[in-house]
Design a protein around this ligand. Structure first.
Ligand code: GUN
Length: 297
């Protein structure tokens, strides 16, 4: 570390997520008194270890706040028809207010068709084309959880969005694209100037060095290095990458898309991995489930 440089403030996603969960728990209790018990159905197809751990964490979080969770773990051999039949059943189940199909799905399943089969009012991931379209025109209701998590972390950390230049690296339908749209909204939680970089961008670092707020969401470990970050920038790391670590019982450890140790000496604020965006994503899923339940009532 340079003798005059200051280490970044670490944004504690776990702590902020716990505060939000406390509020959600109170809201769920209040709804229960009116006879409304929010319910979330989670569907996992196959046995991808990362997906299993995400789905388990989502269900545990439901329990913590009093949301009913309906667990559907299906074998990798599940057919498209079987999956569609389950979604149709959940669409009609009045105890289920949110439906989440964990992605990625096995390659023999048409992911777009599955997402479109979900009732848009129960689409707590905000992935249905109706909800994507609503977001783009500024009429979003159910917004995707990870981009919501990024925005909430920035707001909780008192980072000014209005007029800020946000550079997003990654253009996925789950993170990069919806986040760009949210930050562009004419709203207090938007009004940013947004640049989206991706795998075909000529020189990513030219753009990242311009960022007041840099969001790494491309899914490649430790790729954003200190020289790519403007001193004083706020850095949000959405990446969750498992890299082999024989020293651990699990055999792996999690790292983000950002070279945390080096970048924290340049940035003014930074999210860690784990313990940054991840816990907030789950809190936003709970918030979306409660929201979906209230407008279905
Ligand atoms: N896989 C990775 N992120 C997500 C997410 O936010 N929702 C779902 N359903 N699957 C994912």
């Amino acid at each position: 570390m340079h003798p005059l440089s200051m280490s970044a403030k670490i944004i504690d996603g776990r702590h902020i997520a716990e505060q939000i969960k406390t509020r959600i728990r109170a809201k769920v209790q209040q709804l229960a008194e009116t006879g409304l018990n929010p319910g979330l159905a989670v569907i996992l197809v196959g046995e991808d270890p990362a997906s299993i751990s995400y789905v388990t964490a989502k269900q545990k979080a439901c329990q913590e706040v009093g949301i009913r969770s309906f667990d559907h773990r299906l074998p990798a051999s599940t057919t498209q028809k079987q999956l569609m039949a389950l979604i149709a059943e959940l669409n009609h189940n009045h105890q289920v207010h949110g439906i989440l199909v964990q992605l990625p799905l096995p390659s023999h399943i048409d992911t777009h068709a599955v997402i479109e089969a979900i009732d848009p009012n129960k689409d707590v991931d905000g992935f249905h084309p109706i909800n994507v379209g609503r977001l783009v025109i500024g009429q979003g209701r159910l917004l995707p959880c990870t981009p919501r998590a990024v925005v909430e972390l920035l707001i909780s950390s008192q980072v000014e969005l209005e007029g800020a230049h946000v550079v997003i690296v990654g253009r996925s339908n789950i993170v990069g694209r919806p986040l760009a749209n949210m930050l562009l909204q004419k709203a207090k939680t938007g009004n940013a100037t947004v640049t989206v970089c991706h795998s075909r961008t000529k020189d990513i670092s030219v753009h990242t060095r311009q960022a007041d707020i840099l969001v790494a969401a491309m899914g490649s470990p430790n790729t954003i290095t200190a020289d790519m970050v403007r001193p004083g920038a706020v850095v949000i790391d959405v990446g969750v990458n498992r890299i082999p670590d024989p020293g651990r019982k699990s055999g792996y450890r999690l790292v983000g898309d950002v070279d945390f140790e080096a970048v924290k000496e340049v940035a003014s604020m930074i999210t860690p991995v784990p313990g940054g965006v991840g816990p907030m994503t789950i809190a936003m899923l709970l918030a979306n489930t409660v929201l979906a339940a209230t407008f279905q009532q």
